[in-house]
Design a protein around this ligand. Structure first.
Ligand code: GLC
Length: 407
């Protein structure tokens, strides 16, 4: 059996790290299957997939197409963005046609039993190639919330596509715009052997952030993840300012672990604007930026509280599960797929998304409730072992591929 994976990006954000889990889980369960990966951009995903034994190649999307995305439309209040984006798209048509021809040829050469596409761009590109292979489109976003994509999505999806949604919330959203598309929910997994509880020298996170070593009593609170504008990093900083004011006696450090790793224009925070906010809040001594980390495991371990504070519903929220797997005390914005990952006050602490005071209150409350924190952290690890393992993921996917390949 031959499975071809397609990924729009090779940066190691949540979607791509989930793809690494997929390739590893399937490879382990079916060592004689042939796994191949094509990405539309160079980057570390290729190396990781190759290390897992998947033949990996780049078919580079022209930069103008790689930067094209509807995030601008979604994040801009201006209705003028949509026509601008469409006009820009039209100028790229010749480049797109050439790319599609190349992709079509490549897929035919490989001749897979199943093509598994991991991102919106490759779902649409694959649909446009009209390559007639069974396809799995892994939906990791709320497509129905994308003002532009939702209109074309049902028409451009590959003809024989079955969708996987990374949460029930994402599936429900998809079915609202494409009710006829077969879709099943398969949760992401994490490598529970790697993301496991363990000690981390706290100072190393200060060093990574270029800060002087903090005093021993310092409590460390951090956000780990991508820099999408809806991830609430500005809200995290505002909440940090509140917490510092509320607990003047407590030594505190806040960290932002991540960077703007994707190519799509206008969709991410820049470090400069976040640093500027830190300066305006007078938090320079309290906040550190570590930059993007390919392996965030020890960063989770170094934090007393891991925060997820997306301001819009999170499709899944991989960082929540990674942190839980490391046995951390997690605060998570309770909306979208993220809500399906934990039980409030059992294995994590849920908050209302988009509220600075809710986040600040939760941080203060948990800092003052070490017993509760310990319990949440312990239960979190158990939840992950029961619900988010690579073994379960591998079994679900291989069953799906086999079902599609015989159709
Ligand atoms: C996307 C989603 C995120 C999810 C990840 C892996 O990045 O935005 O919520 O965790 O995919 O499925």
């Amino acid at each position: 059996m031959k499975i071809l994976y397609l990924s729009p990006s090779s940066a190691l954000g949540g979607a791509e790290r989930s793809l690494v889990d997929i390739i590893s889980a399937v490879g382990k369960l079916k060592p004689d299957w042939q796994l191949e990966l094509i990405t539309a951009a160079p980057g570390p995903l290729l190396t990781q997939a190759a290390e897992l034994g998947a033949a990996s190649t780049v078919l580079e999307l022209p930069p103008a197409l790689a930067e094209l995305g509807d995030s601008r439309v979604n994040f801009s209040s201006s209705r003028t963005e949509m026509p601008k984006l469409l006009a820009l798209g039209l100028t790229q048509l010749p480049g797109l046609a050439a790319y599609l021809a190349q992709l079509r040829r490549k897929i035919r050469d490989i001749s897979p039993n199943v093509v598994h596409s991991n991102g919106l761009k490759t779902h649409l590109l694959l649909g446009c190639t009209h390559a007639d292979f069974p396809a799995v489109c892994h939906i990791r976003d709320f497509v129905g919330r994308r003002r532009l994509v939702r209109r074309v999505f049902p028409w451009l999806l590959p003809r024989r596509a079955v969708c996987i949604a990374n949460s029930a919330a994402v599936r429900d959203d998809l079915l609202r715009i494409a009710s006829a598309v077969p879709c099943r929910v398969i949760y992401n997994a994490v490598d529970t052997g790697h993301f496991c509880p363990g000690s981390a020298a706290h100072e190393f996170i200060d060093r990574a952030a270029g800060m002087p070593l903090a005093e021993v009593e310092t409590k460390r609170i951090g956000v780990i993840g991508a820099f999408g504008r809806w991830k609430g990093l500005d809200l995290f900083l505002d909440a940090a300012a509140n917490v510092v004011k509320t607990l003047p006696q407590q030594a505190l450090r806040f960290y932002i672990v991540g960077g703007p790793i994707y190519q799509t224009k206008g969709s991410q925070y820049t470090i400069a604007e976040l640093r500027n906010q830190v300066a305006c809040l007078g938090l320079e001594k309290h906040v550190g930026f570590t930059g993007f980390q390919e392996d965030p495991r020890d960063f989770y371990r170094a934090l007393d509280i891991v925060v997820h504070c997306a301001t819009q519903p999170e499709p899944f929220g991989r960082t929540i599960v990674e942190a839980m797997s490391c046995g951390r005390c997690v605060i998570a914005a309770s909306a979208g797929g993220a809500r399906e990952l934990f039980t409030h006050e059992h294995d994590a602490y849920g908050i209302t998304p988009g509220s600075v005071s809710a986040l600040a209150d939760a941080i203060v409350f948990l800092l003052q409730s070490p017993e509760l924190c310990r319990r949440l952290a312990q239960n979190a690890r158990q939840t992950v072992l029961q619900r988010f393992t690579r073994e379960t993921l591998g079994a679900q996917l291989t069953a799906l591929y086999q079902e599609l390949a015989v159709d």
